[in-house]
Design a protein around this ligand. Structure first.
Ligand code: NAP
Length: 244
């Protein structure tokens, strides 16, 4: 078993723990807000830790990475809200010749959704189709529109769709996350939708990234490496019935 540390033990940290064994990981250390971002760092509990997954809060990420990179612990960062510290985090990893994969959405399906929307946007760029983008999430989600919806609009623009995209958000109930892009003309409507069924896809994506980053050096964006990670063989001990 590979020894895994959890940075953040909230909804995502606990779900990663639930899924860890099926991916060949043993959770050996759990850090919560009391340890995360603390000025005084004790490296002793980190002896023997192979890799760490961070689902905590944006402000603590830079401190954690600066503390752990010199120890040679590779990291997967799923936490959002640290873009202001991006260059410091990258410098800490590259300076220590460490390894880190970061991503705001570790679901494989969302990456396929981006590619599908980009292909449609490219094909419709020179037509008179108008576009909209919509998302709905559980009522506890604070940011709106979601980072995923912002990214999908960026992807459409990058694909050459230069007309305005009308964007809307709703917050209600316990919905894990639905994103919809529509294109409309006099003749027809095209809708491309991604519906997250649970948070399991995020946890499994992070665990796959943790397996992949072991023994690698570099600062990797999930969107650049997910295809290689998805194609990698699953851990022999994984139970296919548990895979997301
Ligand atoms: N990349 C993805 O696919 C993906 C998917 C889902 C969520 N996320 C992101 O992952 C992060 C965690 O989500 P979650 O739903 O697990 O949140 P959560 O349930 O609220 O858990 C947050 C964890 O971070 C700790 N924490 C809270 N404030 C902190 C601070 N100021 N400094 C240090 N630690 C702090 C909490 O400590 P205590 O346990 O002591 O309260 C808790 O362990 C968020 O940034 C979210 O946007 C990413």
């Amino acid at each position: 078993m590979t020894r895994l540390a959890l940075l953040g033990y909230g909804k995502m940290g606990r779900l990663v723990e639930e899924r860890a064994r099926a991916h060949g990981f043993e959770v050996a250390l759990r850090w919560r807000s009391a340890e995360l971002g603390a000025a005084r760092f004790d490296p002793a509990p980190w002896r023997g830790i192979d890799v760490a997954i961070d689902f905590s809060a944006g402000p603590s990420v830079v401190t954690t990475v600066e503390q752990l990179a010199p120890l040679g612990v590779p990291l997967v960062v799923g936490t959002t809200g640290w873009s202001g510290d991006f260059e410091r985090v990258r410098a800490a990893i590259l300076g220590a010749q460490g390894g880190l994969v970061y991503g705001a959405n570790f679901s494989l399906g969302v990456q396929v959704f981006y590619r599908t929307v980009a292909a449609a946007a490219r094909l419709l760029a020179a037509t008179d189709y108008e576009a909209w983008a919509y998302e709905i999430h559980h009522q506890a989600k604070k940011d709106a529109p979601s980072g995923t919806l912002k990214e999908v609009v960026r992807v459409m623009s990058e694909a050459g769709f230069s007309r305005p995209v009308d964007v809307a958000s709703n917050r209600a109930g316990a919905i894990p996350g639905t994103h919809l892009v529509g294109f409309d003309s006099d003749a027809d409507t095209i809708r491309i939708e991604h519906i997250a069924r649970s948070r399991v896809g995020f946890a499994d994506g992070a665990l796959r990234a943790a397996r992949w980053v072991l023994g690698r050096q570099g600062f990797f964006a999930w969107q650049d490496v997910w295809e290689e990670i998805a194609a990698a063989p699953r851990h022999p001990s994984s139970d296919p019935s548990l895979e997301g």
